[in-house]
Ligand binder design. Structure first.
Ligand SMILES: Nc1ncnc2c1ncn2[C@@H]1O[C@H](COP(=O)(O)OP(=O)(O)OP(=O)(O)O)[C@@H](O)[C@H]1O
Ligand SMILES: [Mg+2]
Length: 353
């Protein structure tokens, strides 16, 4: 795999305005709050965390399906979004200074998103809601081909549709049917064919198997892997369950309440996690063979995820963390590299590990 960044997000924020109930009082949901990561070409980055922690919003915001509140997004060397308030850094991560020694910030850029709308695709979580019930499978797959003018005539268009269906394990007989005539797994294959039809480079896979029967989840995950090999794709693979992304991901990031709490190589994250939240997620994965059961005890978190409208001060995880101290309420922990390529945000890493 080339170690070349395809996508990078820096200090990305997505704050949605919400009704507060009180007149003249504005509130926001900090769905994504200062998230930074990159994905290399040909790589799969897994993104996990409990429901509502901001995984879908991260995926949609980096595709600019939602306009970001702030931050910077760079795709294949081109800045496709920059709110102008993120410091520029050089290739070593050092701030870029001007002649006066002041830190340089990004510049707002206007980019024609159309080519990126083709290169960057998404496969949605719910194959029942994401396909228009009034369109045939051929129309659904063909629509994307038309938008990006990828077929010069009807025959070419039809051939491309059939080729895409075959790629995902369907065939020409399926082309003129409607979504309701398919099983959940087949619908998700249609959703994948739609994404592939425009010859993308990067796909946000937003919990693509969560709505499917457990018996076919592995099949579909394997298909994602095969397609990646064949077509040289790069994935952001979202799941709430670590056990699903563990195998398919090169690296995994863990989110909690709009923030990344830990990110590392998959093996490293699975066996040497340092953040208490990651540790609790890992200890929740059932182990098939009790003889090989790991020594560490199951870590059960108390309470629910707090509301992102009113997140706790300091470290947002502190209200459920068994190690929290006063410092955690006062100050948000810094996102830092704890060992090569292994990032985490916690005040008490030394004490816990
Ligand atoms: N368009 C929106 N307007 C207002 N709030 C939103 C919007 N979309 C998401 N949110 C809120 O942002 C937070 C993050 O939601 P998001 O859907 O990104 O989480 P998620 O991690 O994908 O959850 P799940 O695992 O359930 O899919 C939630 O509190 C959600 O209610
Ligand atoms: Mg989601």
């Amino acid at each position: 795999m080339e170690n070349k960044k395809l996508l990078e997000i820096e200090h990305l924020k997505q704050h949605f305005p919400v009704a507060s109930g009180k007149l003249f009082e504005k509130k926001v949901v900090k769905a994504v709050d200062d998230v930074s990561f990159f994905i290399n070409k040909g790589e799969t980055l897994g993104l996990v965390g409990e429901s509502g922690c901001g995984k879908t919003t991260t995926g949609r915001t980096l595709l600019r399906l939602y306009e970001p509140t702030s931050g910077r997004i760079t795709y294949d060397g081109t800045t496709i979004f920059d709110s102008g308030d993120v410091p520029l850094t050089d290739e070593n991560g050092q701030p870029v200074l001007n002649e006066k020694g002041e830190v340089q910030f990004g510049h707002k850029t206007k980019v024609n998103m159309l080519p990126y709308r083709r290169k960057m695709q998404i496969v949605f979580q719910d194959p029942y809601a994401s396909l228009d019930p009034r369109m045939t499978v051929a129309d659904i797959v063909g629509e994307a081909i038309d938008i990006h003018k990828l077929a010069s005539n009807k025959k070419e268009r039809q051939e491309r549709i059939i080729r895409m269906l075959e790629r995902v394990g369907l065939n020409s007989e399926h082309a003129n049917r409607y979504p309701h005539e398919f099983s959940g797994g087949q619908r998700q294959r249609v959703g994948i064919a739609r994404a592939l039809a425009v010859d993308p480079e990067f796909i946000v896979c937003d919990e693509p198997v969560s709505a499917l029967d457990v018996s076919i989840q592995a099949q579909v995950v394997n298909m994602f892997e095969e397609l990646q090999q064949e077509m040289g794709l790069t994935y952001l693979f979202i799941a709430h369950d670590l056990s699903i992304v563990k195998h398919i991901s090169n690296r995994i990031g863990v989110m909690y309440l709009g923030k990344l709490v830990e990110l590392a190589d998959s093996y490293e994250l699975t066996f040497h996690s340092v953040h208490p939240y990651t540790k609790s997620l890992i200890s929740a994965i059932p182990i098939a063979d009790p003889k090989t059961s790991r020594e560490s005890k199951r870590i059960v978190l108390s309470g629910d995820v707090p509301s992102p409208v009113n997140p706790p001060s300091g470290c947002t995880f502190r209200t459920r963390c068994p190690y929290a101290t006063e410092l955690c309420a006062e100050k948000a922990p810094e996102w830092r590299e704890v060992s090569k390529g292994h990032y985490a945000a916690c005040h008490h890493l030394d004490k816990i590990n």
